[in-house]
Design a protein. Structure first.
Length: 559
């Protein structure tokens, strides 16, 4: 009880101290918002990252350019929430532009058309706009539905409309790639002088294979058109509480994804909601990739390995979900609850796991919170940054991207707090994307001196052709089979455990028909691809009801 009380007090102190820790750095002069230039960044990054990079950039701008700059951080939620927010804001701005210039209604077809990355613009409309403006409105009302959609797409891609935000900083490559393909992220501003693409021309040596490669372990580290670039690396793993595992009779620790399916962990797993977090979906995708690669290594033919690997992994995810206490909207809650003992283990991104390991280290350097990256179980991905269309301060945005990718900015990710060039207050515990960081002679200055992500990347290759196109269907499958019927799923699992896991009932529980690989390709993916919300809701309702009824049947007769 005393240990738990101390942990609660430590977390409470952290909550109380954070507002003071986030105050402007005295070294920057504490300039007010009204007297400073303002850079607006939307991000899922936590307060520690915001504080360190915001203050460090302000110091850099004062020293290098004699300019007072303040970073105005916006954090509406995780990466998926931010993506939805941007889509909504750009839609509202474009609707105003469309109605003003065309005098035509902003129909659903127009809304979907301007964001449709696969839409081919008809020849008849290519000459109707210039720099996002209608040249001649004569005959617009005679355009076909497809032509109007193409016109909307062209208008948006040529426009400079913005949402009052300069940069999108942090998240996963999947969500950034989607924002780029829609057109919300741009390689450079209208002048062509500012943005990631302009920086790549300015600093070509930075974007070489020797410093920041285009990809590694099968993961893209930047967009080919430079609409986004990676800034820091991340991987996924398991955080666990050694005291809790001992209490549950698990003495060997956890090291593989399938360790989380152990029935002894029933009610003890913490999970984040993949429909709210792109990084969590990516972690679940790693389970699928791992299962496929195991089959391939064992000699299974590629197509069969993909199909069987998907089905095996979905069964694993169903068991992990059945062991879970909840699906939280906050990925940071997972390691926090593990540290408190409210959960014995959870899936989380690496820096959350390492941070909580450090927070609860004892005098001998040991900690009851451990983090492990499953060997041959996860790739190394990049957290990107990108400039938003219509950025109000493109030059400042350019300078911030340059700072984050510079050796000065990269040091903040993984040097120890207080050392020269490191963060001032918080240990960020994240692996920089620049390879030359790992060549530092003074490795003792690093927060993780034994971490070499580019070596780790050699153990696991991510194959996007296998599962990349099924990222959205994966979220949908987990939602329907695990999240919405979660209460019934847990009751069924408990009944199976009490009954000694009878083979027939367990097989019924793990039946993936309807969400198996072939069903996803034939039924789920096409519905999601049409972006028909009514059809999507109907399919989700039917699938969720199917699994809920099955779980209720097992719970009623599983004992």
């Amino acid at each position: 009880m005393l240990t738990r009380l101390l942990i609660v007090l430590a977390l409470l102190a952290a909550v109380l101290i954070t507002p003071f820790a986030m105050r402007p750095d005295p070294e920057t002069g504490g300039a007010s918002m009204s007297s400073s230039e303002k850079l607006i960044i939307i991000t899922p990054h936590n307060e520690s990252i915001q504080s360190e990079f915001g203050n460090a950039f302000a110091r850099h701008m004062k020293k290098a350019h004699d300019r007072e700059v303040i970073v105005d951080w916006r954090q509406p939620g995780g990466t998926s929430v931010i993506a939805k927010f941007l889509s909504s804001e750009y839609s509202a701005r474009f609707e105003t532009l469309w109605k003003k210039q065309t005098r035509l209604p902003f129909s659903t077809a127009i809304k979907e058309g301007y964001q449709n990355r696969k839409l081919e613009i008809p020849d008849r409309v290519t000459s109707l706009t210039k720099q996002g403006k209608i040249i001649d409105s004569t005959g617009l009302d005679e355009l076909s539905k497809e032509e109007r959609a193409g016109l909307a797409r062209q208008m948006f891609l040529e426009s400079g409309i913005g949402v009052g935000i300069d940069l999108f900083f942090g998240g996963g490559a999947y969500d950034f790639s989607k924002q780029a393909s829609i057109g919300n992220l741009v390689p450079a501003d209208a002048s062509g002088k500012y943005g990631p693409y302009a920086l790549a021309k300015q600093r070509p040596d930075w974007f070489s294979d020797a410093i920041m490669p285009e990809s590694a372990s099968g993961e893209p580290f930047r967009d080919p058109k430079y609409r986004w670039v990676g800034t820091v690396l991340s991987s996924f793993g398991i955080c666990y509480n050694t005291d809790s595992l001992t209490r549950l009779g698990i003495d060997e620790g956890l090291s593989r994804w399938d360790d989380l399916t152990d029935p002894r962990l029933a009610g003890q797993i913490a999970l984040a909601d993949p429909t709210k977090s792109g990084s969590t979906t990516k972690a679940f995708e790693m389970l699928i990739q791992e299962q496929i690669q195991r089959l391939v290594r064992d000699g299974t033919e590629e197509d069969s390995a993909v199909r069987e690997g998907w089905n095996n992994a979905i069964q694993m995810i169903m068991q992990i979900s059945a062991n879970s206490r909840y699906f939280t909207d906050s990925a940071a809650k997972v390691p926090r609850d593990v540290a408190l003992g409210d959960a014995a283990a959870g899936m989380c991104i690496d820096f959350y796991g390492r941070t909580f390991n450090e927070i609860f280290q004892r005098g001998d350097g040991d900690s009851h919170v451990q983090f492990v990256i499953p060997r041959q179980g996860t790739s190394i991905g990049a957290d990107p940054i990108g400039m938003l269309r219509g950025a109000p301060s493109p030059e400042l945005a350019h300078l911030f991207v340059e700072f984050v990718l510079s050796p000065e900015g990269q040091n903040l990710w993984n040097l120890k707090p207080g050392v020269e060039g490191g963060p001032k207050r918080f240990s960020l515990r994240r692996p920089p994307i620049r390879k030359d960081f790992y060549e530092l002679e003074n490795s003792e200055l690093r927060a993780d001196p034994d971490l070499f992500p580019y070596d780790l990347a050699k153990d696991f290759i991510y194959y996007p052709d296998r599962t990349g196109s099924l990222f959205a269907p994966l979220r949908f499958v987990i939602r329907c089979a695990c999240i919405e019927p979660h209460h019934e799923q847990k009751e069924a699992w408990e009944a199976l455990i009490d009954a000694g896991m009878p083979e027939g009932k367990l097989a019924e529980f793990l039946d993936v028909s309807g969400i198996d690989y072939d069903s996803v390709l034939r039924e789920i993916a096409p519905v999601l691809g049409k972006r028909d919300k009514v059809a999507e809701i109907r399919l989700a309702r039917d699938l969720s009801s199917k699994f809920r009824e099955r779980y209720e049947k097992i719970a009623g007769g599983g004992k």
